[in-house]
Design a protein around this ligand. Structure first.
Ligand code: BTN
Length: 249
């Protein structure tokens, strides 16, 4: 399906997710894209802040997929695929995807995705796919010790406009697969978590085991130490650590 993108470029906003959400509330059709040079209130998952200095890519895409509210996890997890592919196309660097929303290069976080769904009358009205990439700027070491910028890994700056363009092209190419869950295979190919010993913690969960699979709904399957397989169906408030890897959470 074709997505008619309409890109709004800003110098500074609170959060591009909030700007795109505002558009969604005002009835903008899907395809609205907000890109800002900096954000003063950038948000990450689980209520974390997302440090947004100039040099990073901060963009949000308004989408209106015909999905149920409980299918937003799929959008959220599989949106990593077009972003990872775009980085690979632009730079030639191989990306890894760490469930639920991290884009990694060489095991270090180069970007993250925050998908927010807005419901109306119990139905999903729209989603906003927020993409933050450490393109030519890195967050402070004390905030994100395992982060890296693409520029550092590449040894030269990346063109932010070109990166944004390729990301949008990849979203357009894979939009149907993103909605129906068939991007799962691509996610699995790039997963930096499957087959690894991990620890998952959240409000109602504390689990150590081996990550065994990703469901079509975006869920993570973990085989616990007792052999039982647990399905993690929500990424909200969840933190995942790959055991034995240097300082990642
Ligand atoms: C994460 O890894 O925690 C997700 C980070 C998502 C950050 C992006 S930057 C553009 C958009 N606007 C925001 O406020 N957040 C997302």
């Amino acid at each position: 399906m074709r997505l008619a993108f309409r890109v709004i470029r800003e110098q500074s906003v609170g959060s591009t997710n909030d700007s795109a959400k505002q558009g969604g509330m005002q009835g903008e059709p899907e395809g609205l894209v907000v890109i800002s040079r900096t954000q003063t209130g950038g948000r990450g998952r689980s209520g974390n802040m997302w440090s947004s200095p100039p040099g990073g890519l901060y963009m949000s895409i308004l989408l209106r997929p015909a999905l149920r509210p409980n299918e937003v996890l799929r959008m959220s997890v599989f949106s990593c695929v077009p972003v990872g592919l775009a980085i690979e196309k632009l730079t030639g660097l191989r990306t890894g995807l760490k469930w639920p929303n991290d884009i990694e290069i060489d095991g270090r976080k180069a970007g993250g995705i925050l998908v927010e769904g807005v419901t109306r009358g119990g139905k999903l009205d729209f989603t906003v796919v927020g993409i933050g990439i450490n393109a030519n700027a890195e967050p402070p070491e004390d905030e994100a010790p395992n982060a890296v910028s693409i520029g550092r890994m590449l040894g030269k700056k990346v063109d932010l406009d070109e990166l944004a363009d390729i990301i949008l092209k990849e979203f357009e190419t894979f939009y149907d697969d993103l909605k129906n869950g068939t991007l799962r295979k691509e996610f699995i190919t790039r997963s930096s978590v499957l087959g690894r010993a991990i620890e998952v913690t959240g409000k109602d969960i504390e689990l150590t085991g081996i990550a065994t699979d990703i469901g079509e709904d975006g869920s993570l399957l973990i085989r616990g130490e007792d052999g039982q397989v647990i399905e993690v169906l929500s990424a909200t408030g969840i933190s995942l650590m790959i055991l034995g890897r240097r300082g990642s959470a």
